[in-house]
Write a protein that binds this ligand. Sequence first.
Ligand code: NAD
Ligand code: DAU
Length: 338
Amino acid sequence: MKLLVTGGAGFIGNNFIYVQLDRHPERELVCLDKLTYAGNLESLGPALERPNVKFIRGDIADREEMDAVIAQERPDVVVNFAAESHVDRSITDPAVFLRTNVMGTQVLLDTCRIYGVQRFHQVSTDEVYGDLPLDRPELAFTEDTPLAPSSPYSASKAAADLLCQAYHRTYGLPITISRCSNNYGPYQFPEKLIPLMILEALGDRPLPVYGQGLNVRDWLYVTDHCRAIDLILEAGQPGQVYNIGGYGERRNIDVVKAVLAQLDKPESLISFVEDRKGHDLRYAIDPALIQRELGWRPETSFDEGLKKTIQWYLDNRSWLEHIVDGSWQDRVERDRIG
Ligand code: NAD
Ligand code: DAU
C-alpha cells in the first residue's frame, strides 16, 4: 500500500508519518509539502532516512504539479493535511486560505478521480461547526451538527468538506472526512496556544491570553488523532464524516496556568490582551460514532500529554530556535530543498 501524505512536513502530518511507520512499517509513504513557514523537514529527519519514505516539495493548488506527482507515484491512498491552519492569520490575510484549503483540495480531488485513487481522506476540523455557548455544557458537536464556520479559516475548511462530499455523491469518489478538535504535542509551530505559551514562559516574557481566557477548547494529544485517521483508512465507510475528540475540554486560562505550573513559572507572566475577532466561545466533540464503529479511544490524558509535550520542547530547543529565528526557512531556499 502506498500513501501520499500532503502537508506531511507540518505538525499533525509529520506525527502521522511517525505513527504510520510505527504501525505499518512496510507501507510506502510519499510526503508532499510546499514547505511554507509552517512546514519543517527537520521534523521528519529520521523518517526520511527510511527507504520507504520519500519527500516531494509541491503545492497542492498547482494542478500540473499534482497531476505529475499522482501520475508518477500512483498512490493507493491520499491523506490531505496540507492547509493554512492558523485562525489569526486567516483574519489578517484570508486569500491564501482559500487558495490552499479550497482550491488545493479541489485540485487533489480532481487528480484522485482521474487516476482512480482508492481513498481520499480529508483532515478537517471541529471549527466547521462554529461554536457552542459557554453556559450549555451538555451540548457537543455531532456529525449531524450543521456547518456554521466563523473565521475565514473555518469557512475555507467547511468549503473543502462540502467539495469532498460533492465529489463522493457526483463522481463516486471514495472520500472520508475527519473533524478533530484542538491538537497539541511535539512539533507544533509556536503560533498556536500551547507551544506559544511554552516558548514565552521559557523566555520569561508575557503570555498573551485573548480576552479573559474563558473560551473553551477540547484538547487531544496529536498521536491519538493520528491513530484515529489510521483506523478510518482501514475501516471507515466511504462518504462518511467522523468526529474525533477525547473529552478534553479546558478553558484557555486553565491551560496557560497548567503550562506555567509545569515550568515552575509565575502566573504574573499572564497578560490579558485584546480578544480575537469573532472568537469562537467553546468547542466540544461528541466522538460516539468513531468509538462505536471503529473502536477508537483516546489513550493520552491531558495532564500526561501536556507533560510529554513540555518535555519534548525542553529536549528540542534547537528545533524551536530554528523555527523562531527563520534559519530553517533560510536553509530551504539556500539548499533548494525539494
Ligand atoms: P500546520 O500548519 O502545522 O501544517 C500544514 C502543512 O501544510 C505545512 O507543512 C505546510 O507547509 C503545508 N502546506 C501549506 N500550504 C500548502 C500547499 N499549498 N501545498 C502543499 N503543502 C502546503 O497544520 P496542522 O496543525 O498540522 O494541521 C494539519 C491539518 O489538520 C490542517 O488541514 C488543519 O486544518 C487540520 N486540523 C488541525 C488541528 C490542530 O489543532 N492543529 C485540529 C484539527 C484539524
Ligand atoms: O479546533 C481545531 C482547530 O484548533 C484547528 O482547526 C486549527 O488549525 C488550530 O489552529 C486550532 O484553532 P484554535 O484557534 O482553537 O487554536 P489556537 O491555538 O490559535 O488558539 C486556541 C485558543 O487560545 C483560542 O481560544 C485562542 C486562544 N489564544 C490563542 C493564541 C495563539 C490566546 O488566548 N492567545 C494566543 O496567543
